[in-house]
Design a protein around this ligand. Structure first.
Ligand SMILES: C[S@@+](CC[C@H](N)C(=O)[O-])C[C@H]1O[C@@H](n2cnc3c(N)ncnc32)[C@H](O)[C@@H]1O
Length: 336
């Protein structure tokens, strides 16, 4: 049973970036009690469980992967909030993690940030620091409910959330300074197509960050997935060394080893997507070995994309590093 709220879930800056699902950029949305209304057509989009509902299914998803993934993350909202209920603890985690720390520093101040596939919204919350306004969108209502609960509990006014599908974003084109999708597109039916959708939402001169499973680095996880039922969760490095909470460990194991759909990608492949979409390569995290990316002062610094040889060596090296933590790598680019 939907509940009615009388305060807007979005700051004015974020609301101006939204449009009706499936509509055009003139189909602006306004907040009225319990939902959003298109000021052009009058169509009303009531919230679901207090979460703005701007979801539209994927049109060309013949194998229904979007729906399968949605059900999976409804059952297993990721990542878990255990121990991070207070924003201070979450911010502390963000500052200690090199990736999120470098990202918030590179983004700077007063920016509009979109996170596509925000899960439970931890990064979306962290990135609203520095007076940034952030919007996290995801398929999973149960994940978004945890994100909204953290927002309410900690009175975070600049982070906001909505249920949306990456293949049908209810967001105006070229609306955001920064668009990030971290650990998401490899769970869609068409990662390359999904990238083209999210890139449209970046302003010219803005930055896109895409985090994907690596084709080389993911092999050990695949091998462990074949034996984990017999050997138990302790064969996973993260469970052995980092996660001390049982629920958190269960959710991590489900996400890593029992996910209904994932694809693997290489640095060169993502650089190809950049070229197709008018994105200039800036950097990679972890960096490409033997390039100036290794000494970059900022995540958004323009660095050398490397040769295919250097990229291959880098990714082979990841078998001994990021592979034990799931082999997620991020490529960063700027829209021309
Ligand atoms: C592994 S989780 C990553 C969550 C978060 N980005 C993080 O790094 O912790 C993947 C998320 O992508 C979301 N997702 C997958 N396909 C999507 C789509 N087509 N549209 C929106 N979200 C999607 C899932 O619901 C899930 O919450």
């Amino acid at each position: 049973m939907p509940t009615v709220t009388d305060t807007s879930p979005f700051s004015d800056r974020i609301l101006k970036c939204l449009k009706a699902p499936g509509g055009n950029d003139e189909d602006e949305l306004e907040f009225i009690d319990g939902g959003l209304r298109c000021s052009n057509t009058g169509e009303f989009f009531p919230h679901r469980d207090d979460i703005p509902f701007l979801y539209k299914p994927s049109e060309n998803d013949t194998r229904s992967i979007t729906e399968t993934i949605k059900s999976f993350y409804e059952e297993h909202p990721f990542p878990s909030y255990e121990g991070l209920e207070e924003f201070g603890a979450l911010a502390n985690k963000g500052w200690t993690n090199p990736f999120s720390r470098d990202l918030v520093d590179a983004i700077g101040y007063n920016k509009l940030v979109l996170e596509c596939g925000c899960g439970t919204g931890q990064l979306t919350h962290f990135l609203q620091l520095n007076n940034n306004h952030t919007l996290g969108v995801d398929l999973s209502l149960s994940s978004l409910a945890l994100a909204a609960e953290h927002k309410r509990r900690n009175q975070l006014e600049r982070s906001s959330f909505a249920q949306m599908n990456i293949f049908n974003l209810a967001i105006k084109d070229e609306a955001f300074d920064v668009v990030i999708s971290h650990g998401v597109l490899h769970h869609t039916y068409d990662a390359r197509g999904a990238f083209a959708h999210i890139v449209r939402k970046v302003k010219p001169g803005g930055v896109v960050i895409v985090g994907l499973y690596n084709s080389y680095g993911r092999i050990p996880t695949w091998a462990r997935s074949k034996v984990i039922r017999h050997l138990g969760p302790k064969i996973d490095y993260v469970v052995r060394n980092r996660i001390h909470d049982e629920k958190k460990a269960r959710i991590w194991i489900e996400d890593q080893y029992f996910n209904p759909h994932e694809t693997w990608h290489s640095i060169g492949e993502v650089q190809g997507w950049f070229a197709e979409n008018g994105i200039e390569y800036l950097n990679c995290s972890p960096p490409i070995l033997g390039t100036d990316g290794e000494n970059a002062g900022s995540m958004f610094q323009n660095t050398n994309p490397g040769t295919s040889y250097k990229r291959a060596i880098t990714q082979l090296g990841w078998l001994g590093t990021i592979a034990r933590e799931g082999a997620l790598f991020d490529v960063i680019g700027r829209k021309a």
